[in-house]
Design a protein around this ligand. Structure first.
Ligand code: BV8
Length: 228
């Protein structure tokens, strides 16, 4: 089958070799907290300082890391691929765009973005965020939250993602455990549509069964080998 339209899904495993922790690693905990307990609107309502601390630490870490060879290979593909290509990332780091990927969607939000609950605007955010942070648009203090999709919240750009999945000939999943929906269901949508499906991951994921092909190994090795 000729491949014209590609959808690529990435997860925390793509950023692991840049030094960013994955979610469900050996302990799957962050400072003793289960990620699922910190990434929810309820957690934010209950203890905003804890949730701000979780994201402040990760936002600060961004300044210390660089894109790796997997990010750069995907950016090369984005620049050179003549057909449709959409990179959907579950990651909230900015390593794909820093490597040069342009046809990119952050379905779970971004560490470098803030969201004002008073005026509903979103805006670039660097540095710490806390209960006294003011919105740069409406100047309301204490109404800014991380622009992150938490459990129970609707991921961004789902219509655009579904359209791309319906049109794709090739679906590639890289560095994700397949633990979180709706992202974990994308492979089934693509396969049902007749697309070829390829997974690259350090270990079999929860969705490996649905892929025509699974390549086991490090993204930093497998992705450039696939792209180039
Ligand atoms: C929604 C915030 C509906 C951002 C995150 C039961 C069944 C089905 C669904 C559900 C269910 N119960 C609840 C749900 C829904 C829920 C869900 O899926 N829960 C799971 C736990 C069952 N999903 C949601 O709530 C989603 N929203 O469904 O909304 C709705 C409808 C209408 C109206 C309103 C709402 C929202 C999901 C988003 C949650 N936010 N995080 C952040 O803080 O970062 S999820 C979190 O997990 C991250 O975003 C992360 O991206 C995501 C997935 O994790 P991975 O990226 O896969 O990372 P992980 O550590 O798990 O795995 C890394 C992999 O890499 C590993 O396999 C490892 O082997 C590999 N690896 C490591 N190193 C390397 C490597 N691979 C290659 N090379 C390496 N070097």
């Amino acid at each position: 089958m000729e491949v014209r339209n590609i959808v690529i899904l990435t997860g925390a495993g793509v950023s692991a070799e840049s030094g960013l922790a994955t979610f469900r690693g050996p302990d799957g905990l962050w400072e003793g907290h289960r990620v699922e307990d910190v990434c929810t609107p309820e957690a934010f309502a209950r203890d905003p300082a804890l949730v701000h601390q979780f994201y402040d630490a990760r936002r600060a870490r961004l300044a210390e890391v660089e894109p790796n060879s997997a990010h750069h290979a995907l950016a090369r593909l984005d620049a050179e691929w003549p057909g449709e290509l959409l990179l959907v990332t579950q990651n909230v780091d900015d390593l794909h765009e820093r490597a040069g990927s342009a046809r990119l969607i952050h379905m779970h939000g971004e560490l470098t973005s803030g969201w004002c609950l008073a005026c509903n605007n979103r805006f670039p955010w660097a540095g710490e965020m806390n209960a006294s942070s003011s919105c740069p648009t409406c100047t309301a203090p204490g109404m800014v939250r991380p622009d992150i999709v938490w459990f129970g919240e609707m991921p961004y750009a789902m219509e655009r993602i579904e359209e791309a999945l319906q049109r794709c000939d090739l679906f590639v999943s890289i560095g994700t455990s397949g633990a979180v929906y709706p992202a974990a269901g994308f492979v089934q949508t693509a396969r049902y549509r007749g697309a070829r499906t390829l997974e690259m991951n350090l270990e079999p994921s929860q969705g490996s069964y649905f892929f025509h092909e699974s390549r086991i190994g490090r993204a930093g090795i497998l992705v450039p080998a696939w792209v180039d």
